[in-house]
Design a protein around this ligand. Structure first.
Ligand code: S3P
Length: 440
């Protein structure tokens, strides 16, 4: 991602119609590569997201001994090294823009006798790693980080690591997953207490690969125990479409009059589906069909039809189940009737960009009425009128901000220019072609 920026203009071009698929789920793709790299024997992964973030994970795992190849049929075949069997990488692990690669791999390596250096792009190098450094240090890993606990960072893992019992101080699936992955190769039981539930893909997939996991409850908090020095069995996995990517064409259809769009094969795991509940509450016509289960994850085909949305107060406790969808929700709110209030979103300030500041600034630039508060945005919508548009929006290396303003451009009077669309390839290769196809 060191290329020069690639601006792109988005403008209204009539109703969106058609049926599409979106690339595989990013969270699940990272986890599939990691667990398959630890299982002895051949695992097959269908529908893997081939975005830069996931490719960074694949490259790192290859550098540590996993055999990972993409067949011409698009199926990825992996031969893992066994739990605890990763090798010392010869060079620094380049994580690009990917917080998930970084934090999960730090966990995975914490219980290996490996020294590894992690580097990232300008966005990733600003993001806090202290949240994983703290618990992984308790397990015995040692860290030399850049000021403020950021990348570049070098860690020395410990084998055997010390199993811990840890209460998550922040609602983060990345932190939870880092500790579970470290626990895989620690002797005994590593235990987590999760007061606010977050996406549970790691738990589902670890169980699917044969790890021994106990999920329980303690004083209203979720508990997860993993038995270490596990043995993982190779799997054949199919990865559902990413609901965080499906959100863009679906919200576009809600906002552009005359539209009807179906996204097939979307993951609808309840720990990820908060956006759909909030949009329905705002009056969205969203229909789930063909609900089924694929590879231990619930999946559906989702149809969105143009809807007159109304502003609501978004309950803060739904935030973890739609944490990556606030940028596109803010766009929807900017076209709703009345006021939308969001709270409890401090975590958005440490994503690929400060998403409260970036979204407030961009929405104002295209004529929306937005108040930025410390923990959320308050947006007074147009009541289904198009936004004025006619501005260039700064996306600060944030793929989801870029895609959100692309959708805003489809619902604006004048052109909306995104200053840089290169980051879109981290999670949604083919995004512009998909949008173009829907308005053709
Ligand atoms: C992710 C967890 C979330 C999310 C990120 C992917 C994961 O991050 O924002 O895009 O795959 O576990 P946090 O753990 O920081 O909430």
């Amino acid at each position: 991602m060191s290329e020069s920026p690639l601006p792109h203009a988005f403008s209204a071009s009539g109703p969106l119609r058609g049926s599409v698929r979106v690339p595989g789920d990013k969270s699940i793709s990272h986890r599939a590569l990691m667990l398959a790299s630890l299982a002895i024997g051949e695992s097959r992964i269908e529908g893997l997201l081939e975005g830069e973030d996931v490719l960074a994970t694949a490259a790192a795992l290859r550098a540590m001994g996993a055999d990972i190849a993409r067949g011409e049929d698009g199926v990825w075949r992996l031969h893992g090294v066994g739990v605890g069997g990763l090798l010392q990488p010869e060079t620094a692990l380049a994580m690009g823009n990917s917080g998930t690669s970084t934090r999960l791999l730090m966990g995975l390596l914490a219980s290996h006798a490996i020294t590894a250096t992690f580097t990232g792009d300008a966005s990733l190098s600003r993001r806090p790693m202290g949240r994983v450094i703290e618990p992984l240090s308790l397990m015995g890993a040692d860290f030399t980080a850049s000021p403020g606990g950021t990348l570049p960072l070098t860690m020395r893992g410990l084998c055997p690591a010390v199993p811990i019992s840890y209460r998550l101080p922040v609602a983060s699936a990345q932190v939870k997953s880092a500790i579970l992955l470290a626990g895989l190769n620690a002797p005994g039981v590593t235990r987590l207490i999760e007061p606010v539930p977050t996406r549970d893909h790691s738990e589902r997939m670890l169980a699917g690969f044969g790890a021994k996991l106990e999920i329980g409850e303690e004083d209203g908090a979720r508990t997860i125990a993993i038995h270490g020095e596990a043995e993982l069995k190779p799997q054949a996995l199919a990865i559902p479409g990413d609901p965080s990517s499906a959100a863009f064409p679906l919200v576009a259809a809600l906002l552009v009059p005359g539209s009807e769009v179906t996204v097939e094969n979307v993951g609808v795991n309840p720990t990820r589906a908060g956006l759909f509940a909030v949009l329905r509450e705002m009056g969205a016509n969203l229909v789930f069909a063909n609900e089924r289960e694929i590879g231990g994850e619930p999946v559906a085909d989702i149809t969105a039809r143009h809807s007159a949305l109304i502003g609501i107060e978004v309950p803060p406790d739904i935030a973890p189940s739609m944490i990556d969808e606030f940028p596109i929700l803010f766009v929807a709110a900017a076209l709703a009737q009345g006021r939308t209030v969001t709270r409890g979103l401090e975590e958005l300030r440490v994503k690929e960009s400060d998403r409260l500041a970036t979204m407030a600034e961009g929405l104002r630039a295209i004529g929306a009425r937005v108040e930025e508060r410390a923990d959320g945005l308050v947006i007074d919508g147009t009541g289904s009128e198009v936004l004025p548009g006619g501005a260039t929006v700064a996306t600060h290396l944030d793929h989801r901000v870029a895609m959100s303003f692309a959708v805003a451009g489809l619902a604006s009077r004048a052109i909306v220019t995104i200053d840089d669309t290169i980051p879109v390839a981290t999670s949604f290769p083919g995004f512009e072609a998909m949008l173009g196809g829907l308005s053709a």
